[in-house]
Design a protein around this ligand. Structure first.
Ligand code: GLN
Length: 380
């Protein structure tokens, strides 16, 4: 029987998020691994979904997105967007990453990826047989190295994948960094896939959507999603905003992948996105508190920590504790301290720097975070 995983995916095992959520359950540990809140979504969002179901919004939607949702997305976007031709709603941004790559990248095309990276980028690039070039954000500051980025770009570059606020480093790219990416993308006529699912989680500084830079709108696909900002990661609602000529390929891949996202959840998403400014302000303020509790706690335990400017992740340097690598360290944490973090070597393919790091998620109640820090006192 020769029936096994296809050649394209044979190098990819189980997702690191699934692995470590399982290990958390097995060890009855506090799960600071996979990024999902341990608190519930706000009532006005849940009520909107229940109402949509009761109102009979229960059949397939228009594949590119329910009219109410694409209109809400266009209404809050940073520049004028045609809701019917430039927005595609999908089952979370993870599906859109796949749709964008399947819909716009050919076999052999060169794609630049910034590492550490979200793991589905490289898996989807492998599915289409793209050629991947890495540019590393180096510890401890994780800034984009101008010389490295310039050297990586060539006239063969079809696309660069950018993620700011950045998972897992928590970096929010500066105007200088984004302008450099834009300059090189324009010079080499490359597309930019801008994964901005943490756009509402900027805790220090300012989020600059790269599509708002001069001449960038025409070559940028912007991804956003509902899960983080309304604490509904299980709803899997994301969207892409891109010019029509790029949207066509994305929609083509989407309609043959899932056809459409869950209709009642799209209707509820339209309500959620129209939340008042005060919702988003409170949301960010609460996350600042969570970040500070975890960062200060990790430092008190003995980690070197780069305090994140955005996202709900923090990368900590575990080398003061003397473990062989990140995987050994995370196994020790799960067993000894009953706390789970993600070993970030899964987010690197070129550099070894992930081996000295661990990623913790702070999308958890303050009590959970404090309890986790207490448990970490027993590392040694
Ligand atoms: N984005 C989440 C994280 O980085 C995981 C998403 C997933 O598990 N698919 O933890």
């Amino acid at each position: 029987m020769g029936m096994t995983t296809s050649n394209r995916l044979s190098n990819f095992g189980e997702s690191v998020f699934a692995t470590w959520s399982r290990i958390a359950t097995e060890n009855d540990a506090i799960n600071l691994g996979q990024g999902f809140p341990d608190f519930d979504a706000p009532d006005f969002v849940k009520d909107a979904a229940i109402k949509a179901i009761q109102d009979g919004e229960n059949q397939y939607s228009r594949p590119a997105g329910h009219p109410l949702l694409v209109q809400a997305i266009a209404d809050i976007f940073e520049f004028p967007v045609d809701p019917m031709n430039e927005v595609t709603v999908s089952c979370g941004s993870t599906e859109l990453i796949s749709n964008v790559i399947l819909g716009l990248v050919n076999e052999g095309d060169e794609v630049l990826v910034i590492e550490p990276f979200y793991d589905s980028y490289t898996a989807c690039l492998a599915m289409v047989g793209a050629s991947v070039k890495m540019v590393t954000l180096h510890a401890p500051n994780f800034t984009l190295d101008e010389a490295e980025l310039r050297a990586a770009f060539s006239d063969k570059t079809k696309m660069i994948i950018v993620n700011s606020p950045h998972n897992p480093t928590g970096r929010v790219f500066t105007m200088e960094e984004l302008s450099l990416i834009a300059e090189l993308a324009i010079q080499h006529d490359a597309l930019v896939l801008s994964d901005e699912v943490y756009d509402k989680l900027v805790l220090t500084g300012k989020h600059i959507p790269i599509a708002t830079l001069p001449e960038m709108q025409e070559r940028t696909i912007t991804l956003r999603s509902l899960g983080k900002v309304f604490s509904v990661t299980g709803w899997k609602i994301g969207w892409a905003v891109a010019p029509q000529r790029l949207t066509e390929g994305i929609r083509c891949a989407h309609q043959f992948t899932t056809f459409c996202a869950a209709t009642p959840l799209q209707v509820a998403a339209a309500t959620a996105l129209r939340a008042p400014d005060s919702y988003f302000e409170e949301y960010t303020a609460e996350y600042r508190q969570r970040r500070d509790v975890l960062v200060e706690g990790l430092r008190s335990v003995g980690f070197n920590v780069h305090s994140p400017e955005g996202t709900y992740f923090v990368l900590a340097d575990h080398t003061p504790f003397g473990f062989a690598d990140d995987v050994a360290f995370c196994h020790h944490l799960a067993k000894q301290c009953k706390v789970v973090g993600i070993p970030p070597s899964a987010f690197y393919s070129q550099s070894d720097e992930g081996k000295g790091l661990v990623r913790f998620a702070f999308c958890k109640g303050l009590d959970t975070l404090k309890k986790a820090v207490d448990r970490l006192q027993t590392i040694g």
